[in-house]
Design a protein around this ligand. Structure first.
Ligand code: SF4
Length: 239
């Protein structure tokens, strides 16, 4: 086993000790639901993107109905998630493209494909990036991949697991070295660490379980024992 894998295992063990193994839904979420939920989650918090997702699901019987709506209408339903213009374009473009290519709004055909094939196919839709495609792989297909959002990118760079400038580069390196079977817990617990303790400004290093192994040079060791629990995870809530 290489050093990178060993380091990921060490970090994962410390996070599981603090947060436990995060729960997962018994039935993996539908692939199209997951892709649209992830588009909605960009640059906003999980509670607001979940509200926008539920609103779309409540308003329309199926994604076919959403595909027929004007951009302005879709935008009006998802505005709580922010970036409504951009997200409504990405959602409608994806729905129309999949309908035109496959004759129905479904991603069932990707199930037998390899991770690489799925990433290639999903990122070929305009508005669908690596992170969104990785979320479909992890949450709907239960593949052992770790999507990289802003929290995972920041924390893994601070800890020293990677040294990169962009989330996509972090994603490539982390996933080359992801040990079998831990991607979901590693991803979810790093997001919690990033929200609750290793926050962008003034990380709360004095209570961090990674203090001894973290390579961040500007640790904040002021004694602040408190942190606010923030464990609602949109992508584990999509049913
Ligand atoms: S020790 Fe500080 S910088 Fe390192 S992971 Fe923990 S909170 Fe973040």
């Amino acid at each position: 086993m290489n050093l990178e894998k060993k380091k990921i295992i060490l970090v994962n063990k410390a996070l599981v000790k603090l947060y436990g193994i995060p729960p997962r839904s018994e039935i993996p979420p539908d692939l199209v639901d997951m892709l649209i939920g992830t588009i909605l989650s960009q640059n906003t918090n999980d509670r607001n993107s979940y509200k926008a997702f539920l609103k779309l699901k409540e308003k329309y019987k199926s994604w076919d109905y959403v595909a027929k709506q004007s951009l302005a209408k879709i935008e009006s339903h998802i505005k709580i998630a922010g970036l409504g213009k951009q997200k409504s374009v990405a959602i409608k473009n994806f729905l129309i493209s999949i309908l035109n290519t496959h004759g129905k709004i479904s991603l069932e055909h990707i199930k037998p494909m390899s991770d690489e094939q799925i990433l290639r196919e999903l990122t070929s839709y305009s508005g669908v990036g690596i992170k969104t495609a990785m979320c479909v792989l992890l949450f709907s297909l239960r593949r052992n991949v770790c999507p990289v959002d802003t929290h995972v990118h920041r924390t893994t760079n601070r800890i020293g697991l990677v040294k990169t400038k962009t989330p996509d580069k972090t994603s490539a390196i982390l996933n080359r070295n992801m040990p079998e079977g831990i991607a979901h817990q590693f991803h979810t617990n790093l997001i919690r660490l990033g929200r609750e303790i290793c926050r962008p400004a003034a990380p709360n290093c004095s209570i961090c379980p990674l203090l001894k192994i973290c390579g961040f040079p500007d640790k904040n060791l002021s004694h602040n024992k408190s942190y606010k629990i923030n464990n609602f995870m949109l992508l584990d809530s999509i049913r």
